[in-house]
Design a protein around this ligand. Structure first.
Ligand SMILES: [Zn+2]
Length: 258
């Protein structure tokens, strides 16, 4: 499972990678025979024991309107669908997205921070994509009390179901979910949820790990991030033990920009 945010060569932000780099990632996967699936399709096949060995789930967090519409045509060329996770309060308001960690981009580049609206999301679903929840307002869920946690999970899902007909998966803001959050997501009716962490030892329906791809993921880094062998290393106890040191070294503690 891969996680992107924005794809825009002209937007020099840590949220964005160039079209050229995105196309090279997709071409590398297509060449190696990967099958593209949405998150919920992959989860259903996994439960049924029939997930193709080479499957890729392309996901986009936050739902940046101009980026996603650009990615749609790029993905159509390789025949991969995608899953986009939206923050429903911004889908409703249409305001440039803003939460702790991205404020400077809201201020400097408000157009790029505009969210997808309901008609655009419906168009993506008609094109074979999946729309999941990224909560109502993008808080760090592990810090919320039970009532606020349920509100974020339940209300965002309800609004997406009302507007688009279904909402079966969630990506947790900042890629973070502990056991309490995962249980609350299951209770709220999600089939599956996904995280974004360096170590992938926790791998269960409501905490499926993803690999995040950013603008520096070229050459060897690109190969390593898309490599099944490196993926196996991420699942070891050693990777889990080293994760706090790795995260600290990247200076990305409680509020990364994901
Ligand atoms: Zn996010």
């Amino acid at each position: 499972m891969l996680c992107y945010h924005a794809v825009d060569s002209a937007w020099h932000s840590n949220l964005s990678i160039s079209e050229e780099l995105f196309v090279s990632h997709m071409a590398a996967l297509e060449k190696r025979g990967y099958v593209g699936l949405t998150f919920v399709e992959a989860e259903r096949l996994r439960v049924a024991g029939s997930l193709p060995e080479r499957s890729v789930v392309v996901t986009f967090d936050d739902g940046y309107a101009t980026s996603i519409m650009r990615c749609r045509s790029l993905l159509d060329e390789v025949g991969f669908p995608a899953t986009v996770f939206v923050v429903t309060s911004f889908v409703e308001s249409g305001e440039p997205m803003c939460w702790p960690g991205v404020e400077k981009w809201t201020e400097r580049t408000p157009l790029e921070m505009k969210p997808l609206d309901w008609p655009a999301l419906l168009g993506l679903i008609e094109g074979g994509w999946e729309v999941g929840s990224h909560t109502v307002s993008h808080p760090l869920l592990t810090e919320l009390d039970d009532e606020s946690l349920d509100e974020q999970l339940v209300t965002s899902r309800r609004r997406i179901v009302e507007e688009l007909g279904a909402c079966e998966t969630i990506a947790y803001p900042y890629g973070v979910a502990d056991e309490r959050v995962a249980i609350a997501a299951a209770r709220a009716g999600y089939v599956a949820g996904c995280t974004l962490k360096p170590a992938h030892r926790v791998d269960e329906p409501h905490r499926r790990p993803r690999v995040g791809l950013f603008s520096h993921d070229r050459g060897f880094r690109q190969w390593a991030k898309l490599s099944p062998a490196v993926g196996r290393v991420r699942r070891t106890r050693l990777a889990e033990t080293l994760e706090p040191f790795y995260v600290r070294r990247r200076k990305a503690p409680a509020t990364p920009t994901a």
